[in-house]
Design a protein around this ligand. Sequence first.
Ligand code: ASP
Ligand code: MG
Length: 401
Amino acid sequence: MLIVQKYGGTSVGDLKRIEEVAKRVIKTKKECAKLVVVVSAMSGVTNELIDYAHHFSKQPNAKDMDMLLSSGERIASALLSIALNEQGYKALSFSGRKAGILTDSVFTKARIEKIDTRALQEALNNDYIVVVAGFQGVNEKGEVTTLGRGGSDLSAVALAGALRADLCEIYTDVDGVYTTDPRIEPKARKLDRISYEEMLELASLGAKVLQNRSVELAKKLDVKLITRSSFNNNEGTIITKEEGMEQALVSGIAMDKNQARVTLRQIEDKPGIAAEIFSALAARNINVDMIIQNVGVDGATNLGFTVPENDLDLAKETMQNILGAKSLIETDKEVVKVSVVGVGMKSHSGVASAAFQCLANEGINIQMISTSEIKISMIVQEKYGELALRALHKVYKLDEK
Ligand code: ASP
Ligand code: MG
């Protein structure tokens, strides 16, 4: 049995916490033959290092940044290894380089290309607990790279995939993935299990738990994930393949407040118009989320889409430039997207109508709707977002076990 455990910044937040992590690692090591532990920098360290760099420069060079930022994880991994050795356990700390993590050369947001696991395998075969500094690798020239914020999750999943681990446990300071944000709905429940697809759709709920890229990679490499707290012994949430799961109709309700709506009226209904609009937005790196268009009447049509709030001004300006005076551009920042997510809706009817009826009962107007196989998203006025979320959570009985 081979397990990869990853401990986030708060889990190794101070020396006392590292001591606690060492205890948990030892307990796991007693139960499983091979153990790889990936650590983040102690909480606050990465931000502090970024601030230090900004003391000298507004735009520090990215190679230097990676030398600087990777040090946070090296400190935490070395300290944990020292603590484990002191307890009489054989442990060895590895930088990204020593762990064989090879990346491209996009400094500060590199992608892992390959992992040469030989050094890790050798240490594991010699019964060492392997402690790897997360968030980093090296490029083909041997220069240090980092994987983007939250990248230690990615290190853990990539290592679990390369080593064909039986399990990858991600330790953080929350108990797992919830049916919705517990700060908005105190009746939110922790989920025992969820599929990769649902987890990706619930990103706005899970963002604090797991970096999205790491969920995508786990899905691709078929790595079984568990996210749980290092502050208690609760079970956590398993994130795994959909098949074989008892399919919940709806697993969770997510809310994205960072949405702004753009509606274009009276735009010419001719081939190429959508291409022109969305190419122009893409050229300005504006991430468009929902897109809604209907059949035109008398040569004109309406088109609606949403963008992140801070891109709204740029999106509006872009539209004015290409559409000219005849079209009406209407925008609204005071909107949120509420989404109902569940793999079970693939094979059941009535899930969407229940959502619409639920909001109707609350007197909430739905401005835009979009659906995928496992998701129903609705744009509503921001002031009704939390009400909508709580009402939907109740309608699908997510507060009941
Ligand atoms: N220390 C890095 C960060 O704060 C990576 C990580 O914690 O996953 O983003
Ligand atoms: Mg994190």
